[in-house]
Write a protein that binds this ligand. Structure first.
Ligand code: SF4
Length: 263
């Protein structure tokens, strides 16, 4: 364990008080040690929970309870039913880095009056190769992609980066963990969204009632994430973020009514 003072860790630990919630992990101070458990297990007796070593937490964070890989560690699907004890501040840092990589450093950076966020345009202007087309999305399209990808059902990081016309996330909606720049999943969805925009369009007329049914069907599919496509595979039409993106687009459609009258 490193004995080098880590200012970010010091300031973070000072925030903990008796307990602190970091995304889905509840940190409780117990003298010089810290107990970590899933917030869903807040009121469960310790004996009911599986005891994990700090070293086991990386493995825990890799998969959901049903065994699906978690490409984004900030997704709100961390397994519950466990507890782990960190023997001191340095071990707490190791534990949190296994559950939420980089969270303490990013949290500390975000305490500055001007957090070092990299906005969408600045980030995508640096992209080359297959991701270069992400610069072609309009601000409104980028906002839809961002709302879909960073929705609180998919990611608990509080997005501080923005694009014109889109506000950053409020901490209360998400968690203390900031997001300082678009992640790989966001970039993949933006690339796919631009490819979809470039496809030849077909005319499809829907009544408000049919649109409502389509939106309800999307919401039903989104409520059962385990039964639909893999999180990171945006090439699959049933990818949850693509379903959310279509919902965003349908909700934003201007309604142009044409009424069929009786002869
Ligand atoms: S870009 Fe969005 S989905 Fe990716 S980590 Fe940041 S907030 Fe989460």
């Amino acid at each position: 364990m490193s004995a080098i003072a880590n200012p970010a860790l010091k300031v973070f630990v000072a925030q903990i008080g008796d307990e602190l919630l970091l995304a889905q992990v509840l940190i409780r101070r117990a003298g010089a040690t810290f107990e970590l458990r899933h917030v869903a297990d807040r009121d469960r007796a310790s004996e009911e929970l599986r005891e994990l070593k700090v070293a086991d937490l990386r493995g825990l964070a890799q998969f959901t309870a049903s065994g699906a890989f978690r490409p984004l560690k900030s997704e709100p699907n961390l397994q519950n039913g466990w507890r782990s004890t960190a023997g001191g501040e340095a071990e707490l840092e190791s534990a949190l880095n296994r559950l939420y990589p980089g969270a303490i450093a990013d949290w500390f950076a975000a305490q500055s009056p001007e957090p070092p966020a990299t906005n969408y345009r600045e980030f995508t202007n640096r992209q080359t190769g297959m991701y270069r087309i992400t610069t072609m999305l309009s601000d409104a399209e980028t906002a839809q992609v961002t709302r879909a990808c960073c929705h609180k059902n998919f990611c608990l990081k509080r997005r501080l980066w923005t694009v014109n016309g889109l506000a950053s996330d409020a901490a209360e909606e998400k968690s203390l963990i900031p997001c300082l720049e678009p992640c790989a999943l966001l970039l993949e969805l933006a690339r796919k969204a631009m490819r979809i925009e470039q496809e030849e369009k077909m005319e499809l007329e829907l009544s408000p009632g049919e649109t409502a049914t389509l939106m309800a069907a999307l919401q039903i599919a989104l409520a059962q994430p385990a039964s639909i496509a893999r999180e990171a595979d945006v090439d699959q039409p049933a990818n949850p973020r693509r379903l959310q993106l279509l919902l965003e687009k349908l909700a934003a459609l201007p309604i142009r009514l044409t009424v069929r009258t009786e002869e």
